[in-house]
Design a protein around this ligand. Structure first.
Ligand SMILES: [Zn+2]
Length: 446
């Protein structure tokens, strides 16, 4: 019995694994359109039961969460967090093959959800099955939490964790859903996600739109909103709301080291953004510190007044804006809303209403964490190179729900996997190699 035999079995089972994956990919589980949840649950139940897992379905106010457990009586437990829902397939005309009819071309599997995140689910399951077949037993307990609303913002994952605390939180480490290699073929490890605060602003200053010849008599809603928004941040990107930065947890020495070591691909980023230089002329360590350690405040959309053809001279009575803030560890979205409200009021912007908001905090696993180090060292062994470790990524996700459990994000995608876009794909070879990685991780618990 050896890990080598597990690898051989993984390669022998390639066709069978692809068959299982394709069956899953054919189910159009689009959460945004309320499609396919029951079918996906039936598929998962059948496949996980066959592999020897105990399964249960956790109902929520939305799509149910599929849970599976393989308890081998080991001391430690790894949990895999995944999702069976996918992004809508639109615009369908840009796909080279139908999104729910998986297809292999030039070594890549094309289908909606293959990269995000059905491919990972089957990759992880097949690795566990192969390990179990060779060794009979796993040296670690395994849990799967597979939700059905990740692509619509996981509105009920908090409800699930609250109702299933023992299952959800009693674990030693979580492998998060996404990941893969960069354009140079180097594996990426993500150790955290930023939090988010999303604000909807609205103001109605006068009873109706007014002829702009009378603009000096009234408060222009568009101007009022623009002034209020511009008071939130200066042109050096310093957020001016008092206390906005005060709860931020400073980075540890190890984290600073990881940031220093992080090779940010400045040239590639500039090319992909179509720019000559970065904002504020940042580069090197200053740019990395800004990206990894600072919160943002960004206007996502703003509208008011006349936007039709030609010109119309008008003073608008109403204005709207949507603003997002990416939060770093320590910041609490609810607390920030209070600070923003107080600050606006103090500056006589009480008529600028925060009509609604939502958000959640950041979550980060320290790079020196034992579980994180285990995953990093297994990647080194399986892929023969040092992975690139992202202390935190610019995007957000509901990792914070899992409290202080270490969460590490790895996967089998690549830099052109086109998640959320037409022609979503992964390489067959990467997917199979990913199974070897999971099997090796399990083997580390011996
Ligand atoms: Zn996604």
């Amino acid at each position: 019995m050896s890990l080598h035999e597990v690898s051989n079995l993984i390669y022998q089972n390639k066709e069978k694994s692809l068959e299982i994956l394709f069956e899953f990919l054919r189910i159009p589980t689009v959460a945004a359109k309320n499609l396919g949840a029951q079918e996906a649950i039936d598929f998962l139940k059948k496949n996980f039961k066959e592999a020897g897992f105990e399964c249960f379905i956790a109902e929520t106010p939305g799509n149910p969460v599929f849970c599976a457990e393989l308890n081998s009586g080991a001391e430690e437990t790894i949990t895999f967090y995944d999702h069976y829902d996918v992004q809508p397939e639109d615009p369908i005309e840009l796909w080279d093959s139908p999104p729910f009819e998986p297809n292999i071309r030039e070594g890549k599997i094309f289908a909606r959800g293959v990269a995000d995140n059905k491919g990972e689910i089957i990759c992880r399951l097949q690795a566990i099955k192969a390990y179990k077949e060779i060794f009979g037993e796993l040296p670690v307990n395994i849990k799967f939490i597979i939700e059905g609303e990740e692509e619509v913002g996981s509105p009920n994952l908090g409800y699930f964790v609250e109702k299933n605390k023992e299952f959800a939180l009693n674990t030693n480490g979580i492998i998060w859903e996404f990941g893969g290699k960069d354009k140079d073929g180097i594996q990426q490890v993500n150790l955290g996600v930023k939090g988010i605060l999303y604000l909807h602003f609205h103001t109605k200053t006068i009873g109706r739109d007014i002829h702009s010849g009378y603009t000096q008599f009234v408060d222009n809603a568009a101007y009022e909103l623009v002034w209020a928004l511009s008071s939130l941040k200066d042109r050096n990107d310093r957020i001016l709301v008092p206390g906005f930065y005060e709860d931020i947890i400073p980075p540890s020495e190890k984290e600073m080291e990881a940031i220093k070591d992080f090779k940010i691909k400045e040239k590639y980023l500039k090319e992909s953004f179509g720019i000559e230089k970065f904002r504020l002329n940042l580069s090197g360590m200053e740019l990395k510190k800004k990206y990894f350690l600072e919160p943002t405040l960004n206007i996502c959309g703003i509208w008011s007044g006349y936007q039709g053809q030609g010109s119309k001279t008008v003073t608008p009575n109403e204005a709207f804006a949507k603003v997002d803030c990416r939060l770093v560890p320590g910041q609490n979205p609810e607390d920030l809303v209070t600070k923003i409200r107080t600050y606006l009021d103090e500056q006589n912007f009480s008529h600028i209403e925060i009509s609604s908001w939502d958000g959640y905090p950041a979550a980060v696993t320290p790079i020196e964490n034992e579980f994180a180090q285990k995953v990093i060292s297994v990647i080194k062994t399986v892929y023969n190179h040092d992975p690139i470790c992202w202390p935190i990524v610019g995007g957000s996700g509901p990792m914070y729900l899992f409290k202080d459990i270490p969460c590490v994000s790895i996967g089998t995608g690549h830099s052109d996997s086109k998640a959320h876009a037409p022609n979503e794909n992964i390489f067959v070879d990467d997917w199979i190699k990913g199974m070897e990685l999971i099997a090796s991780l399990i083997d580390r618990y011996k």
